[in-house]
Write a protein that binds this ligand. Structure first.
Ligand code: NDP
Ligand code: 1BO
Length: 324
């Protein structure tokens, strides 16, 4: 683990592919502004964009990318584009259809990384908030993940996704996958920031060389209106002042020094720029230790998948297999 700032601008995944460490998040980047954010990000030096079918904005992201390609700002092969299989497309066949929709919207021939978004199978056409009839309870989570992962492996074989992985998987669910996976997931994308370090999961993932890609790396996410006030935390402000950096940059730099890739979302050009400027300074071991003392709280608890009548998951602890 690099705590001395020796983080590079790319992560080498377990299949040898090189993924840029900082990616632009696009969840809740509204239609009408997400294209401009992607445009500003790529012109400003980002080479990694994190997308998903269920963000319902991939067409606008695709339009922005096409413009950048046409203007010669960047070539396809110099970008890393991630997308995610939505929950209502699990199973042996459906993942191919979800991928085709994503590729059509993004206007790309292939993805760099394709992830199973959640270990939650839903009936066709559903997103959230949860209602009991949305759940596909005809299969167990274990069977569902196996069938879906085997389809993901075929997708990787086809070349339409160069790397495959998962998101929101506990160590227990990853361990279950090891019984049948021919391809070990390259990435598990999960919440991670100084107030949710994921120590146990990180330790397990290290044993299989699965990379931790950090979502909500600023400790913030939106729709519930509730936030962890990580960016207002006096410790981040104090550390930031030492380096002439913002709390957001301290949080992102912490993630990079932990060995994570980080996926900050912003639709504000100034913040998009600020969030990329995390490779030209290092937090000292002392500062990393101070940050380690922060109280730990999972913020995105996934309670939208929890229901005591219809869901596989009766309590949030079931979704995360009691891992915090
Ligand atoms: P982030 O931690 O990236 O925080 C985003 C929020 O912080 C927005 O409100 C943004 O507002 C604000 N912000 C961004 N930069 C700054 C800054 N420099 N200073 C102050 N505020 C700032 O949270 P997200 O939950 O959006 O996670 C990031 C990305 O991770 C998502 O967009 C998505 O791509 C991915 N993700 C994946 C999940 C999964 O299940 N796999 C779950 C959640 C996220 P503004 O836009 O106004 O600047
Ligand atoms: C349900 C939240 C998904 C963000 O990736």
């Amino acid at each position: 683990m690099a705590s001395n700032g020796s983080a590079s601008s790319h992560i080498t995944l377990n299949n040898g592919r090189q993924m840029p460490v900082v990616g632009l998040g696009t969840w809740q980047a509204a239609p009408g502004v997400v294209g401009a954010a992607v445009d500003a990000a790529v012109r400003g030096g980002y080479r990694h964009i994190d997308c998903a079918y269920a963000y319902f904005n991939e067409k606008e992201v695709g339009d922005a990318l096409q413009k950048l390609f046409k203007e010669g700002v960047v070539k396809r092969e110099d970008l890393w584009i991630t997308s995610k299989l939505w929950n209502d497309h699990h199973g042996p066949e459906e993942p191919f259809k979800c991928l085709e929709t994503t590729l059509t919207n993004l206007q790309l021939e292939y993805l760099d990384l394709y992830l199973i978004h959640w270990p939650v199978p839903l009936n066709k056409g559903y997103t959230w908030p949860l209602q009991p009839h949305m759940f596909d309870t005809t299969r167990s989570i274990k069977e569902d993940t196996k069938e879906t992962w085997q389809a993901m492996e075929k997708i990787a074989e086809s070349g339409k996704a160069r790397s495959i992985g998962v998101s929101n998987f506990s160590a227990k669910k990853l361990e279950d996958m090891m019984e049948y996976a021919k391809v070990v997931p390259a990435v598990n994308q999960v919440e991670c920031h100084p107030m949710w370090r994921q120590d146990k999961l990180r330790a397990y993932m290290k044993t299989h060389n699965i990379h931790l890609s950090a979502y909500s790396p600023l400790g913030t996410w939106g729709t519930s209106g509730v936030k962890i006030n990580l960016l207002d935390h006096p410790l981040l402000t104090k550390i930031g002042e030492k380096y002439g950096r913002t709390p957001a940059q301290v949080s992102l730099r912490w993630g990079v020094q932990m060995g994570n890739s980080v996926l900050p979302k912003s639709t504000k050009a100034e913040r998009v720029k600020e969030n990329l400027q995390v490779s030209d300074f290092s937090l000292s071991d002392e500062d990393m230790s101070e940050l380690e003392k922060l109280e730990q709280t999972r913020f995105l608890q996934g309670t939208f998948w929890v229901n005591d009548s219809g869901s596989f998951y009766k309590k949030a602890e079931d979704l995360w297999d009691g891992e915090g």
